[in-house]
Design a binder for this molecule. Structure first.
Ligand SMILES: [Zn+2]
Ligand SMILES: [Zn+2]
Ligand SMILES: [Zn+2]
Length: 166
């Protein structure tokens, strides 16, 4: 599958494969059951593609790679699956890349339901690392003073990853 960015620098493989990929999908399936939701085949396939990629992927690349027989998906199928995965906390939308990435918590045990997230994004290779958002308490306090109740916080920090700086 084509990634959001191609660069000439050396990187370690980032995505999941084999037993770890299957384990993550199984864990996601169980988490859906616990929540009274269903990880339908299209939802599972889109999650699989995101986990395999291990970095942000644009929706049209997911649509193109969706069919295991090489046939593209119908776009609404993928968009509905992405909507579900985002709401359930399995994936995040990266606004500044117009792309989606698997939540680092989706591989096991983490909380669901669209938690606050922060991302370090490499503008050269597109590597996207989810980190614990810092200063969340301050943001919430400032929002409160301004009369806002926040439903979500996503921080997107851009720069160069260690591999691309080397
Ligand atoms: Zn997350
Ligand atoms: Zn990079
Ligand atoms: Zn690079």
């Amino acid at each position: 599958m084509d990634m959001a960015h191609d660069c000439e620098h050396e990187h370690d493989a980032r995505g999941l494969s084999g037993a770890s990929l299957n384990g993550a999908l199984l864990a996601a399936d169980q988490r859906c059951s616990t929540a009274g939701e269903r990880l339908t085949a299209p939802r599972k396939r889109v999650l699989e593609l995101l986990l395999e990629a291990g970095q942000a992927v644009k929706a049209y690349d997911l649509i193109a790679a969706f069919g295991t027989d090489g046939a593209p998906a119908k776009p609404p199928t993928v968009y509905r699956a992405l909507d579900f995965l985002s709401k359930q906390g399995f994936a995040h939308r990266i606004e500044s890349l117009n792309a989606y990435v698997a939540c680092r918590h989706s591989t096991g045990g983490g909380e669901a339901d669209g938690h606050a997230a922060a991302f370090l994004i490499c503008d050269c290779c597109g590597a996207t690392r989810e980190i614990e958002p810092a200063g969340l308490g301050e943001i919430q306090a400032i929002a409160g003073q301004a009369g806002y109740v926040l439903s979500g916080v996503t921080v997107e920090a851009h720069g160069l990853c260690g591999d691309c700086r080397a």
